[in-house]
Design a protein around this ligand. Structure first.
Ligand code: GMT
Length: 372
């Protein structure tokens, strides 16, 4: 399993898939620049191999793509791997392809597209040929949503092997509604019984976290509430400035990067995800599984994840008025809120169970191992 270690959905999906495969008796080796976020629980079937950096006066920066390729070959030989599963095409599938060229017995390559690996090309033309190569040389391609599969084909044309959609997933034993221990924490953030809104992301521009603050500001004028911001990233200073500009310092809490997000989500009332782009929106799924309705933008794969008018509301990107209105609507009618919350849990559990996704990935693996 080759993935990014940083705070982001693709690393989370890789880690959770690894644990679930480990539970089914597979041996899973993670290869990354550091231990992936959410891969901190010990499991006897899971192994981690760090790609170490080298510095040499001639290199401006360490050639990670090459070091990763070399590491994949080392691990494949040492551990006797059967398959390489790359999460994110650039550079992981390219490194894996390079690694395969160096192997006496080439291993099959499965690439899972997570979104920004495809949309990145829109922003940086320099990656176009490489991404197209990554798609071409992968024995199997999977995508986390139908929208992303279509977007990939629109950008790069149809691939010979096709793109199989395997939606992201949740473990409902972990992501479930409020437990008694979290009720205590809720009192800490909302001592007067205020409603709690939340957002989780890596605070990149694409997440529009400033919009989260602006939506909150509008809602806060109409009902007592608090905002929890979880995560960190390049937009953090802008977001902090917006909180100060709007005089919301006492009502917004920055929790930084958190691993155990289900414990936080369990005390939240509405989850906000007003992104510019979102191939899936894993945090929205995690929120719904915890019984938290979602107000998000109608982009990418989000309409496949959030059921508009049933498990949350979808509005156009930047429609701050519409999103804040949706939050107020949800929070002003207790009976309606309860229905949304229950529908969210049911939808998340029934549509995105970890067991189904792992079985689908197993089938993909079997198909490449068996093919001559
Ligand atoms: O959203 C991010 O910035 C992180 C990124 C990643 O690669 O970790 O997330 C992408 O993959 C997630 C897991 O499949 C999806 O849930 C996110 O929607 C997707 N992000 C975007 O498309 C912007």
């Amino acid at each position: 399993m080759v993935c990014y270690p940083s705070y982001g959905g693709s690393g989370v999906v890789a880690a959770e898939l690894g644990y679930a495969l480990g539970e089914r008796g597979h041996e899973v080796h993670f290869i990354s620049s550091s231990r992936p976020f959410r891969l901190h629980r010990y499991h006897e079937q899971l192994f981690f191999h760090e790609v170490t950096e080298v510095s040499y006066p001639l290199f401006k920066t360490a050639p990670y793509t090459l070091l990763l390729a070399n590491k994949i070959v080392d691990v494949a030989n040492f551990a006797g791997l059967d398959i390489i599963h790359a999460h994110y095409a650039i550079p992981h599938s390219i490194s894996a392809y390079l690694a395969v060229q160096m192997m006496a017995k080439p291993l099959p390559l499965v690439t899972t597209l997570h979104g920004t690996d495809v949309t990145l090309v829109g922003a940086y033309e320099e990656f176009f040929q490489l991404t197209r190569l990554a798609l071409k040389v992968s024995d199997r391609l999977t995508s986390v949503s139908q929208a992303l599969a279509l977007e990939t084909e629109r950008t790069f044309g149809k691939t010979d092997q096709g793109i199989q959609v395997i939606p992201n997933f949740i473990d409902h034993k972990v992501y479930c509604p409020l437990s008694s221990s979290t009720r205590r924490c809720r009192r800490y953030f909302a001592p007067q019984g205020e409603k709690i809104l939340a957002h989780i992301s890596n605070f990149r521009e694409v997440k529009r976290v400033v919009d989260v603050v602006d939506i909150f500001a509008r809602v806060e004028k109409r009902l007592d509430c608090r905002l929890l911001l979880i995560g960190d990233g390049p937009e953090m200073s802008r977001v902090e400035r917006e909180v100060v500009r709007l005089g919301l310092e006492g009502k917004v809490q920055f929790l930084g990067k958190q691993e155990s997000v289900h414990e936080i989500l369990q005390m939240v009332d509405v989850f906000l995800l007003p992104s510019e782009q979102e191939s899936f929106g894993l945090t929205a799924l995690e929120a719904m599984a915890c019984g938290v309705p979602v107000v998000a933008s109608r982009v990418g794969g989000l309409p496949e994840v959030v059921q508009h008018g049933k498990t949350g509301f979808l509005k156009e990107v930047g429609d701050l008025e519409g999103m804040s209105e949706a939050v107020v609507e949800l929070l002003s009618d207790e009976a309606r809120y309860k229905t949304f919350s229950e529908q969210a849990v049911r939808w998340a559990r029934e549509t995105f169970p970890v067991e189904r996704a792992v079985s689908e990935y197993e089938k993909v693996y079997e198909s490449v191992v068996q093919s001559p």
